[in-house]
Design a protein around this ligand. Structure first.
Ligand code: MN3
Length: 201
């Protein structure tokens, strides 16, 4: 199976002024594409070539780091694009607001806790909102391209939302002002998509 870059459901400039068109284009066509190219290169002429992404993840302990990192990079970014929407184009539903408030105190407290988690990590960490196996919501972080779906994750669960805080996600617009990027990120979250994922098992 050869993996291909998924198209975005919005234009590169759709998230301006929070995320600029150039950053989106580079992030999508260079960074995400690179994960896909490296994944296709790593699986070529190996038995893994016959597997779907889900099958690759299911046997993650038996596959090479190159396949593992690039497969997750591909999956994480495909997911990330769906979590974004034009500024204030979606709202938090009452059901979602209740779930977030029950777990974190309030929606603002949830945003604050996830932002703090994102800003307190250095290097290649990812910060996630996950739904754990008992149905509760939790914030956790994973190194590199790892994911809370992996059996090696400290907190395992279904990813609901993650925030890309690598420099390539914001540097053109924000340079060293990562905190400002994290703060403004909330204005382009696709709350409809987040609500849908939370509703899933
Ligand atoms: Mn990225």
């Amino acid at each position: 199976m050869t993996f291909q870059l998924p198209a975005l459901s919005y234009a590169y400039n759709a998230l301006e002024p929070i995320i600029d068109a150039r950053t989106m284009e580079i992030h999508h066509t260079k960074h995400h594409q690179a994960y896909i190219d490296n994944l296709n290169k790593a699986i070529a002429w190996t038995p893994t070539e016959q597997l779907s992404l889900e099958q690759i993840f299911a046997s993650v302990s038996q596959i090479s780091p190159a396949i593992r990192n690039n497969a997750w990079g591909h999956r994480n970014h495909s997911f990330f694009w769906k979590l974004l929407a034009p500024v204030w184009s979606t709202i938090i539903s009452p059901v979602l607001e209740t779930k977030l408030s029950n777990a974190f105190g309030s929606v603002d407290a949830f945003k604050e806790q996830l932002s703090q988690a994102a800003l307190s990590r250095f290097g290649s960490w990812r910060v996630w909102l996950v739904k754990t196996s008992d149905g509760t919501l939790a914030i956790t972080s994973t190194p590199n391209q790892d994911n809370p779906l992996m059996d090696v994750a400290d907190v395992q669960g279904t990813p609901i939302l993650w925030l890309d805080v690598r420099e390539h996600a914001y540097y053109l617009n924000y340079q060293n002002r990562r905190a400002e990027y994290v703060q403004k990120f909330w204005d382009v979250v696709n709350w409809s998509a987040v609500g849908e994922v939370i509703g899933m098992k």
